[in-house]
Structure formats: C-alpha cells, structure tokens
Design a protein around this ligand. Sequence first.
Ligand SMILES: NC(=O)c1ccc[n+]([C@@H]2O[C@H](COP(=O)([O-])OP(=O)(O)OC[C@H]3O[C@@H](n4cnc5c(N)ncnc54)[C@H](O)[C@@H]3O)[C@@H](O)[C@H]2O)c1
Length: 443
Amino acid sequence: MTKTRYALAGAGHRAQMYVDAIVGEHRDRAELVAIVEPNPVRAAYYADRLVAADAAPARVGTPEQLERLIREERVDRVIICARDDLHAELIVRSLEAGADVVVEKPLTIDARSAARIEDAVARTGRRVVLTFNYRYSPRNSALRQVIQDGTIGQVTSIDFSWMLDTNHGADYFRRWHREKKNSGGLLVHKSSHHFDLVNWWIRSQPTRVYASGGLRFYGAENAARRGLGERPARGTHDDGDLFELDLRIDERLSALYLEAEQHDGYRRDLDVFSEGITIEDNLALVVDYASGATLSYSLNAHAPWEGYRVAVNGTLGRAELEVVERGAVLAGEGLHPTLDPSLSGGDGTTDVRPEGERLIVQRHWEAAFEVSIDGGDGGHGGGDALLLSDVFAGPGDDPLARPADWTDGIRSIAVGIAGNRSLETGLPVNVADLGIALLDERP
Ligand SMILES: NC(=O)c1ccc[n+]([C@@H]2O[C@H](COP(=O)([O-])OP(=O)(O)OC[C@H]3O[C@@H](n4cnc5c(N)ncnc54)[C@H](O)[C@@H]3O)[C@@H](O)[C@H]2O)c1
C-alpha cells in the first residue's frame, strides 16, 4: 500500500494523538515525513518518538520552511496542531503549497481569517478536514441518532450547559488560551466543540447570536476582590495552593514545556489569578437557527465538577443527556496530570454525583426510557479511535455523518465569533453579517 505522506505543524500536547496513530494503528497507510515546529525541544520530543516506535525519521523545520518541506518531502497532508490563531495562515499556506489539511478545532478564531480559508479552498480545490472528536463520543452519537430517527419530532429548542471544573477549566487560564487574540476566548476555543455538536445534532446552522458574560472568577482583579493575597510565582505544590500546576509531576508536561521554555519563553503554568487574562469564565448565549430552533447555552469554567447537560425539545417529546466526567475536584489530591477528565475518566467520584452518562428520552403521553450508550476503549469513550480511523483510513459511509470539513468548522466558530461581537456591543449579531460567504444566507 502506498503510504500517505504527512507533515505535522505544531508539535505540542495535542500532536501526540496524531503521531501515535501514525506510528501505531495506521502505520501501514501513513508516514510522518516532516515536523514543522519553532521550538527545538518539542520538535525533538516527537522526532525521538518516531525513533522509539521504529518509524522512519522525519525532517524537522521551522514554520518559515513549511512550503519547502511540503515540496521537497512530497507531503500529501499537513496536520495542524498549532495555537488557534495560527491555524488560518498554516491552512492557507499548506493548501497553496499543494497539500491537503487536517486541522484541529477551532478552524480559526475570527471572521476575516475564516474568509481567507474559504477563499484558499475555492482557489486550490484542496480538502480541509476538521477533527471534531466530540461527535465521535458514543453518547453524543447516540443523541444524534435519537434526533435523526425522529423520536422526538422536529427540534424546537435546546438547553445546553457545560461545566468545566477548577482543574480542567482552570487550565485555560494558564497559557495562551487566556488571551482572546490567541484563542478567540472560550466561546471560540472551547465552545466551538459544543456549537458544532448542536449544528450536527439538529442538522441546521446558526443565524443570530446574543451573548453575555465576563471574567468573574479567575484573573488578578477577581483575586484581589476576594482577598486572595499574594500569589506564588510558579507552581511547586510545596505550599499546597489548589490552583498551581506543578509541571514536574508529569513527565510529559515537563518534557514538552518546562524543558522547552528557555527557547521561546512559553510558560505553561502561569498563575490563573495573574494579570493579562482577556477571556471570559462565565458565558451565556441565546442562538437562533435556520431551522427555527433556539439554543440557550451556558459555560462555566470554575465549577466544582465537570460535565454537561443538554435537553432537546421536539414536537413529539424531549431527549436529555447528562454527563458527569469528574464528580469533584477534591482538595489534597493535587491536579490530575491528564487535565481533561473526558480523556482519562474522572478522579473524584462522589456518591451523590457518580461519574457517568445517561440519555433519557420521553415522548408525549408516554413514560420515559433510557437509551443505551455503546462505549469503547480509549479517549472519549472510544471516540478518538473512530475519529482517527476516519482521518487516516478515509471516512466510510457514516449514517451519522460524523466526518467534518472546513464548512462545519466555519459554522461552529460562527457562533463564538458572533458571540464575541455581541459581548463587545451588547447587541444581538446576525451571523450573515460576519462577512463569511458560506454564512451569507438569511433564513
Ligand atoms: N479536539 C480537542 O479535544 C483538542 C484538545 C486539545 C487541543 N486541541 C487543539 O490543538 C491545538 C494545539 O493545542 P496544544 O494544547 O497542543 O497547544 P500547544 O501549545 O501545546 O502546542 C502548540 C505547538 O505549536 C507550536 N507553534 C507555535 N508557532 C507555530 C507555527 N507558526 N507553526 C507551527 N507550530 C507552531 C508551539 O511551539 C507548540 O509546540 C489547538 O488548536 C487546540 O485548540 C484540540
């Protein structure tokens, strides 16, 4: 079998899922031939990983060398795992240099760069795959199936709230995500997962967004207001501070960030109560959809537990999905080295809030019933393995339409971008006014 030749752009934490898939499950069909990464320590981390897996070595280059590496190494596809605000430039340059793209969410962080991507796809005719792994979580797929089967009729409204706990949620306030110019804020960086789920669940697209929210827990001003006193310069855990991340406790975090800092000054463990945070930690939105449905959505990034609740109302009944990914973040346990509980299983199960998931469907005039959720092994209940199979082996004929491309990427960030504009102006924002041709359809 001829192997597809991959380049990796951005060799940080997220890159590992792709590199491991290339040298593992998909090694017969994929080969990593180039690593594009400005930090030599992180580039070497992944170059060494190839060697350890007995795979052919990859050429390592800086971001400026992207086109040259694509040309000289005959790269078929570039996997983009860099910071969110860098996605658009890397996508456009890769497409123009003759490669297809696989990109992490969010597609990009603002309307202008989204329009650039749209233009580059039209000019080059190349493919951009978006890796929306949440679609592949069995519980989210199960909800899509219920709606698609027509069990609850035509969807009229959705009520969706997402809780990020003081472990995982706090982590967005420690590094580049904490600045809106890098991540688009949680409405783009994090919630684009959730808005994509809604678009995909109800098979529609957003038309108007009203948002409200602010930074009310993290950040220097909130800390001062709550009298938190002087903050430690760096996480060491010696003083028992519950918000410090001690990079030394995790070999991978230490290798990727602590030992790499000297080259670019990228600090992975900034204090969540320090100056310089420009994103929100509490958000509420009302979103209208072309289908006529309305979404009420909220995100809280300092909850004592982690999970989500979504209720979908339809003309024939209602479906409710409740997920507890981590029942509690308990003092004294330290921060879990794997920060996203959905990847590892929670570490704070409590009796009154057991970790788990439940999908309940109730049709009018009938008793409620529970829909079984078929989970698998590995990250996101086996969802990551399914996603990687679609990415590397090519999507099959999926009745749930899980594989996503740049158009899904744009429709998902549209809500966050319009939401950010609404936060600035205090007014509802029409998605058609964002200046992205794909969204220029009024209901
Ligand atoms: N789908 C998910 O569940 C999920 C989870 C985590 C992260 N992500 C996404 O993955 C991406 C990477 O996140 P991360 O946590 O690995 O971040 P990270 O900061 O650990 O890694 C980003 C890497 O990009 C490198 N880089 C900087 N400038 C670059 C450039 N111009 N060209 C190429 N590389 C450059 C950095 O040095 C760093 O090594 C983000 O877009 C994030 O949103 C998705």
